[in-house]
Design a protein around this ligand. Structure first.
Ligand code: NDP
Length: 327
């Protein structure tokens, strides 16, 4: 059946400006790191991306190595794009990245010009897209001059392979320096993609201020700590959970689950579930453009978008959350 996107898809989604750029992103974005690989059910992947787009989630995040196997999430995306989303290309923001190991030999990872440009070309081929909206340096490379990595991003944008440049997991000082180089080259840094959630708050120690100063947007990955910041692990271990699939179920930290149990009570009082509380909490920073979730089922995407119905926090709620997290 031909997919027809929901006519009301723009009625209730919140869009936020990405730093001081012209680009608006949905406050909830969807990434395809897990659950979109060659090993996963295409129909479920298709349902998830259709559900997302129908809810106004216009941003899909990919990387060269997503799968498993690496590269297969891009191929899954390509099939869904061809079947369902191609008519909506101009309504979509698709990002891609290079930085982690993708192929053998010295040119298959990190931050060289050689790797970034070759990887971007491979990713365009695998996804079937003519261009990406955002292309990221996926991780800082301690051994390649930052000028080279940023120069590669600038080239990727100038050659039409991507519209905007981004960086991921760069520490504050390096992010500032990357922004300076990109500005000089004439391709401003659009966005930073760091890991951020209630249990991993490193960006509060300088990075968020750098992004505010420089007018760079922020999209946080793993805002649910890969599912720990939901109510799914409060009871027994669900067989279809990421913890079981990736075999870290027996290493779930008890102290985190104890905190989730307490946080869940605050969520309940706010009329939200745990996942929604965790997402709203990441979005409380004005610098936070979007929370980048993962999902294994369409209902999880609906849940995440539901978080946007209540983003405000009282000072008392924030203090209670702080007390639980810092205990
Ligand atoms: P999350 O922290 O959102 O975890 C996603 C997982 O949480 C889902 O797979 C699901 O687990 C569970 N979940 C989601 N919603 C719910 C819900 N409502 N109720 C119960 N469980 C829920 O994000 P990810 O760690 O998946 O990362 C998100 C995206 O960020 C990636 O897809 C990728 O695009 C990007 N990313 C970027 C990185 C970088 O270096 N730049 C690194 C890692 C990710 P289950 O499968 O158990 O159902």
């Amino acid at each position: 059946m031909v997919y027809q996107a929901a006519g009301n898809r723009y009625d209730s989604m919140t869009y936020r400006r990405t730093g001081r750029s012209g680009l608006l992103l949905p406050a909830i974005s969807v990434g395809i790191w897990w659950n979109f690989g060659g090993v996963d059910q295409l129909e479920n992947c298709r349902d998830m991306l259709r559900t997302a787009f129908d809810l106004g989630v216009t941003h899909i995040d990919i990387a060269n190595n997503y799968g498993p196997p690496p590269g297969s999430a891009e191929e899954t995306f390509a099939q869904i794009y061809r079947q369902d989303l191609a008519p909506y290309r101009d309504e979509l923001i698709v990002s891609n990245k290079a930085g982690y190991r993708m192929w053998d030999g010295p040119y298959g990872e990190w931050g060289s010009r050689k790797y970034l440009i070759a990887s971007c070309d491979q990713s365009l081929k695998r996804t079937g897209l003519d261009y990406f909206d955002i292309f990221y340096s996926h991780r800082p490379d301690p051994d390649t001059p930052l000028e080279e990595t940023m120069g590669a991003l600038d080239h990727i944008v100038r050659s039409g392979r991507a519209l905007y440049a981004g960086i991921s997991s760069y520490r504050p000082e390096m992010a500032r320096e990357a922004a300076r180089i990109l500005k000089e080259l004439g391709t401003p840094c659009l966005i930073h993609q760091p890991r951020y959630n209630m249990f991993d708050r490193w960006i509060e120690d300088g990075l968020i201020d750098v992004l505010g100063d420089e007018g760079i947007g922020c999209i946080c990955f793993s805002p649910l700590d890969q599912g720990i910041l939901t109510n799914k692990y409060i009871g027994s271990l669900p067989g279809d959970s990421r913890a079981v699939k990736l075999d870290w179920g027996d290493r779930l930290p008890r102290e985190k689950i104890d905190k989730v149990i307490q946080l869940n009570e605050i969520a309940r009082e706010r009329g939200q579930n745990m996942a929604q509380l965790a997402l709203a909490w990441t979005l409380r920073h004005p610098e936070m453009t979007s929370a980048l979730i993962g999902a294994s089922k369409p209902a999880q995407i609906e849940d995440a978008v539901g978080a946007l119905d209540k983003l405000e926090f009282s000072a008392e709620e924030l203090a209670r959350i702080e007390a639980i997290l810092s205990a």
